[in-house]
Write a new protein. Structure first.
Length: 227
């Protein structure tokens, strides 16, 4: 069996550390995500799921514990190496699409590739291919304001996959959509993940969506439990 794409060991995180208002958000969290595995993370609002995702994706650091990404211990790496790993190994999706409004759908997917050193022609070709996979290639030249909510989120999916990451981290990726659209968009997301062999950790409040993933873990009182 191959090594997990993501391995978290003993992750702790406290806000307002040393103050009377200190909050232990994460208390010794252990979690592994295998190659090609899709894991649902369920938690009530304020339980720390976004913090956990940010630590897993190297956007934040833990107070204690280790983060291993694609076989490399990232715990004590320099900011430069963490940034490089985040750019090439991790894709992020949020509840709101966060597309750049002044750029077209195509350009929003091209830009992260250019930042990674991909040639413009190759970046354009990959962006168009990704848009075709999610069924919005006919909207490539439209800016986000001209797209529906579901179309915007599909473009955000493509942007997250632009640099062919190993790990996808999603924080309530359908939470901003109506139920019917959310279901359709989730099908698109899972299809992309399965087709590309990605590993994914997806935070959601929707237990029906969670049940469609490979397994579910719950964050409660700063610790993970298996459901």
């Amino acid at each position: 069996m191959s090594d997990p794409v993501l391995n978290l060991q003993g992750i702790t995180k406290t806000y307002n550390k040393g103050k009377p208002t200190a909050v232990d958000v994460l208390r010794g969290v252990d979690l592994s995500v295998a190659t090609g595995e899709v894991v649902a993370l369920v938690a009530p609002s304020g339980a720390g799921k976004s913090t956990l995702l940010h630590i897993a994706g190297l956007l934040d650091t833990a107070d204690a514990g280790a983060v291993t990404l694609a076989g490399q211990d990232m715990t004590r790496q320099s900011d430069r190496k963490r940034t490089a790993a985040r750019r090439t190994q991790v894709g992020f999706i949020y509840q709101f699409h966060h597309l750049l409004p002044e750029f077209t759908a195509l350009e929003n997917i091209v830009l992260p590739q250019l930042s990674a050193g991909v040639a413009r022609s190759d970046a354009d070709a990959r962006a168009r291919d990704l848009l075709a996979q999610v069924g919005v290639d006919h909207r490539a030249d439209h800016r986000p304001a001209a797209l529906s909510g579901g179309e915007q989120q599909r473009v955000a999916f493509c942007r997250a996959l632009a640099n062919a990451p190993r790990l996808l981290l999603a924080d309530e990726p359908t939470g901003n959509l109506d139920p019917d659209t959310a279901d359709q968009v989730f099908d698109t997301l899972i299809g992309l993940v399965r087709d590309t062999g990605l590993s994914a950790l997806i935070a959601t409040h929707n237990l029906e969506l969670a049940a469609r993933m490979d397994r579910t873990v719950a964050l409660e009182s700063g610790q993970l439990t298996v459901r």
